[in-house]
Design a protein around this ligand. Sequence first.
Ligand SMILES: [Zn+2]
Length: 153
Amino acid sequence: MYVGESPRLDRPTKTYAPRALLEQLGIRIVTTWLRDTWGLWLPDRRTVVIAENLNPVQERCTLAHEVEHVLADDSGCGTSTDTTQASRIRVERLADREAARKLIGISDLALVAKRGLDMRETAAELDVTERLLAVRLDDLKGEAWPATLKIAG
Ligand SMILES: [Zn+2]
């Protein structure tokens, strides 16, 4: 059990480790300078490329997104040329949604939501980017989550 400041989470979702999962799957992870994307999945090379200088939260969220491309056997991430634009957008949204589901447990979200934090604070508490938190909340739309967070800010 986590021992520390009592309001902090017990951290069950922190057990989701996308880097370890990629390594188990035999996927190489390369960190390099990237201009306009956080991560790439290169299936021909069985390699995930992530941008250098990401903070740990950004890196974990990026790796979690790339894991979903790997598991779905997608033809790439932001690199596919053999699919339509609409299809690429759908594939990216699916990867985001599945990543957000694995990174943000319902019970953790519920616990943090009770504290009346805003999006930035909630994301920080859950160790995810605000963008992936927004994806998770959108996924749960209609389940009363947004009402419990100060989404409008
Ligand atoms: Zn992607």
